[in-house]
Design a protein around this ligand. Structure first.
Ligand SMILES: [Zn+2]
Length: 176
């Protein structure tokens, strides 16, 4: 990761005006992987493919598998590239679930209806909220990111992802 890490401050500067890639978490963004296993999400992230022509590639701090095990991939004090406009303030959690041709909300319902995974997701978020003093209103879905008060991108980029709609997040937030 050394050669990729040196590119991080440049991304942080271009998009957020930050002088370093150090993260002080204020927001939690929930995603789902569009894959059936955490290993395939890990494999995608570890390939570190340029996204929109820039490095580092996309990643998230945690990948939560369907049995409820949270795999931490990145230290929590390091920015990770998972949500345009919020990477400078947000921890990213990827929940393992594919859509199999269905809608995002279908995928979210599979997660919310799978007790081991859903309870582990709630426990992980609560733990992070306690550690960093993050309000439940600042636990958001990727699809809600463009509207968040801390959203900023100096190049004018915006998210076009549909993972974790407001309706599903309202259900998830009610469990926190
Ligand atoms: Zn996402």
């Amino acid at each position: 990761m050394t050669s990729d890490a040196v590119k991080w401050p440049d991304y942080a500067r271009r998009h957020y005006g930050s002088t370093s890639a150090t993260l002080a978490p204020r927001v939690i963004v929930v995603h789902f992987t569009e894959s059936d296993t955490w290993q395939s999400a890990y494999s995608t992230f570890s390939q570190n493919v340029a996204n929109r022509g820039e490095f580092p590639g996309t990643c998230a701090h945690f990948v939560l598998d369907q049995s409820g095990v949270a795999h931490q991939l990145v230290p929590l004090d390091l920015m990770c590239r998972h949500t345009i406009g919020l990477n400078h303030v947000a921890i990213g959690i990827e929940v393992v679930q594919a859509t199999h041709g269905n809608s995002s909300s279908w995928a979210e319902q599979q997660i919310l209806g799978r007790p081991a995974q859903a309870q582990a997701l709630v426990a992980l978020i609560r733990q992070l909220q306690g550690r960093y003093g993050i309000a439940t209103t600042d636990v958001i879905g990727h699809a809600e990111a463009n509207r968040h008060r801390l959203f900023t991108d100096l190049l004018g980029w915006r998210n076009d992802h549909t993972d974790w709609s407001m309706a599903s997040m309202t259900t998830l937030r009610s469990r926190l």
